[in-house]
Design a protein. Structure first.
Length: 259
């Protein structure tokens, strides 16, 4: 634009057309004196309030659970320390040995509890590695109780499992290994493998006398088996019990699905 073309300051500007629109207020069509839109907004607000209340409740329960576990572990540590101190003050070698053994047992129980809850705040767990460490802790505790040392082999694939599945499976493995050490012989094998029907199969098997024919876990009144069945139900799994391939020993298998 040249200097001659530039508009002069103060010169009248051409008029502009301004388009106006008439805004029609929305009127809710009421039914029996109730506006559906207003009712919907109220329902959504109530639902949002319930969701906030639920989230707060979940967080409060999670905090209480962590605090409870922390106090439990502290109490175990205190008991273990007191037993160790008492063993050093015992008047006889036999009493000192028994007290020190009890202290070691309490300490190992704390280790297992800590290990099983070490993944509470994460979403997934490398289950094979998790199981290997758990088996070492369980075997250490069983050795303190006078059980002969047993070889435990953890086989199969490494699988990232949601902790909502991995932790219950950890409790199941702990109970099954304890049973295998108490009632079986020879080596113990923990195996995680794909399953064509359910997705995955976690098995714990041991050598030794063959499992009683027709054994039904649902009829067992032992606390250990009740714990196992409870955790299997919690992950919507299936418990299968059989003998090993050589028709000896016992094999407990948990079939489960994992995302």
């Amino acid at each position: 634009m040249t200097t001659l073309d530039a508009p002069r300051i103060g010169a009248a500007q051409p008029a502009r057309m301004v388009e106006t629109r008439n805004v029609v207020p929305y009127e809710c069509e009421q039914h029996d004196g109730v506006c559906p839109v207003t009712e919907l907004r109220g329902a959504l607000a109530r639902e949002a309030a319930l969701l906030r209340e639920r989230d707060a409740l979940i967080e409060r329960e999670s905090t209480l659970s962590r605090e409870s576990n922390h106090r439990f572990l502290n109490n175990l540590q205190m008991v273990s320390s007191l037993l160790s101190m008492q063993s050093r003050a015992a008047g006889s070698p036999e009493a000192a040995s028994a007290l020190e053994l009890a202290a070691d047992r309490v300490f190992t129980i704390g280790r297992i509890h800590r290990h099983l809850h070490s993944v509470d705040r994460v979403e997934t767990v490398a289950f094979k590695h998790f199981t290997e460490e758990l088996c070492r802790d369980v075997m250490a505790m069983m050795s303190l109780e006078g059980c002969a040392a047993r070889r435990i082999m953890v086989e199969g694939v490494e699988l990232q499992l949601p902790t909502t599945i991995g932790i219950p499976l950890g409790f199941i493995v702990s109970e099954l290994i304890t049973n295998a050490v108490k009632y079986g012989d020879g080596s113990i094998t923990v195996r995680l493998a794909p399953d064509a029907r359910k997705g995955w199969a976690l098995s714990v098997e041991n050598e030794g006398p063959a499992l009683v024919e027709g054994f039904n876990p649902a009829e067992s009144k032992g606390l250990g088996m009740r714990i196992i069945r409870s955790f299997v139900r919690s992950i919507e799994g299936e418990l299968c019990i059989s003998r090993r391939d050589n028709n000896e020993g016992a094999r407990f298998t948990v079939l489960f699905a994992a995302p």
